[in-house]
Write a protein that binds this ligand. Structure first.
Ligand SMILES: Nc1ncnc2c1ncn2[C@@H]1O[C@H](COP(=O)(O)OP(=O)(O)O)[C@@H](O)[C@H]1O
Ligand SMILES: [Mg+2]
Length: 385
């Protein structure tokens, strides 16, 4: 999978065994394969500046990159494509419109577009590939996101403690797992911008020489600015009631430019601006807890943002006195988690099991997600265990 940061293709090889209706999930290998130079930028600018010809081309090019990333991961794990039962590919989101748009004579339409043609992945690898997970949930009236709560429930549900799982990706999203709850009790939504803002400020604030605030070093040297923080917290998305999901359409470049402009009128240096943004992200996540159906006992963090120490400190402070740990600290590789989640969803799709959580996406009912492209072995002969 590749998230909204478009920083690279996260690959995970997962062993999944089903006994009765319980799944046992084991991560065998994982890696992130970077996009070739230039491709990331084109993927990011395609939605606003690209032509249909460019998007058509990128869909295939990203498919090739995903196929290669899968093959490299398989070989590095000393396996062969024939050892792999199926691939789940989230693809690369280029556009996501969860709020229905009215189309004359058609009605309300929600849409989402993930590129990285699964036909190319299936053809290059010979492995049956499940993709386009979000579309079916949307067709059933859902937001098409977030989808990882299904896997959060499988891996992190506790009988005695209510847990909040926080993914610090381009966008931050939370999943609440109330103590002893079932899948229907799970609540989850996108809280707002995270690395999309921090990365955007770095790129624009350094004239493009630095893409990320590595380990949060710059932010760690700055101090939060109270009045800018207040302005940032007044964004209308934050006050919206879930179900809700968001992306680059709302918090992309124009938003980042607006934040930079505000900081300039206050003569704020980049480090103070980054420190303020880390506090902002932490505050949006803590304030989002007001929408949950219970109190949080402990917090578990995943996504690339766990490597940003300033952001981690801001979150620890904001959640005090509740314990805050990373997925790695509870035995799950935080870099691999999202890719693992789509492997599990793909497995369930081939077993005819739904993996959306209607209480989370707002879909009218549970649906089996994805589009299946058969590999060399045709689907009926796919060995179900
Ligand atoms: N060493 C690091 N220091 C600071 N931030 C990091 C580091 N490594 C990754 N990140 C952040 O994590 C982001 C990628 O996170 P990821 O969870 O892959 O997001 P997405 O799901 O949107 O692709 C990077 O764009 C960057 O902002
Ligand atoms: Mg990523």
């Amino acid at each position: 999978m590749s998230g909204t940061s478009a920083d690279g293709v996260d690959c995970a090889i997962v062993d999944i065994v089903r006994a009765q209706s319980r799944l046992t999930i084991k991560l065998l290998a994982s890696q992130t394969v970077a996009y070739p130079p230039g491709l990331r930028q084109r993927v990011l600018s395609a939605p606003t500046q690209g032509t249909v010809a460019e998007l058509c081309h990128l869909n295939a090019a990203v498919g090739e990159v995903f196929a290669r990333a899968a093959l490299r991961t398989i070989h590095r794990a000393r396996l062969e494509p024939k050892d792999i039962g199926l691939i789940g590919s989230h693809g690369q989101t280029v556009y996501h419109q969860p709020v229905p748009r009215r189309e004359p004579k058609v009605g309300a339409v929600r849409s989402t577009l993930q590129i990285g043609a699964p036909a190319i992945i299936a053809e290059r690898t010979g492995i049956t590939t499940v993709a386009d997970f979000r579309a079916r949930d949307m067709a059933a009236g859902g937001e098409g996101a977030p989808l990882t709560p299904y896997a959060h429930h499988l891996l992190f549900q506790s009988k005695r403690r209510s847990r909040l799982i926080v993914n610090l990706g381009g966008i931050a999203n939370v999943t609440f797992l109330p103590a002893g709850g079932g899948l229907d009790d799970v609540r989850a939504f996108d809280t707002g911008p995270c690395n999309m803002l921090l990365d955007g400020l770095m790129v624009k604030g350094t004239g493009g020489t630095q893409r990320i605030d590595r380990n949060g070093r710059l932010a760690g040297r700055g101090r939060s600015h109270a009045s800018l923080l207040k302005i940032l917290l007044s964004h209308p998305y934050l006050a919206k009631r879930p179900p809700k999901s968001t992306g680059r359409e709302e918090f992309g470049d124009p938003y980042v430019v607006g934040v930079l402009r505000q900081a300039r009128t206050k003569r704020l240096s980049l480090e103070h601006l980054l420190a303020t943004s880390c506090d902002f992200v932490a505050a949006t996540i803590v304030e989002a807890c007001a929408w949950l159906n219970g109190d949080v006992d402990e917090v578990i963090l995943g996504g690339g943002g766990v490597k940003n120490r300033a952001l981690m400190n801001a979150l620890r402070q904001a959640f005090e006195p509740r314990p805050v740990r990373t997925m790695d600290q509870v035995g799950v590789d935080s870099n691999a988690f999202e890719a693992l989640a789509f492997a599990v969803m793909a497995y369930q799709t081939l077993h005819g099991a739904p993996t959306n959580v209607p209480a989370v996406t707002g879909a009218r009912h549970a649906v089996v997600l994805g589009t299946v492209v058969p590999g060399k072995k045709n689907i009926p002969s796919y060995r179900l265990r």
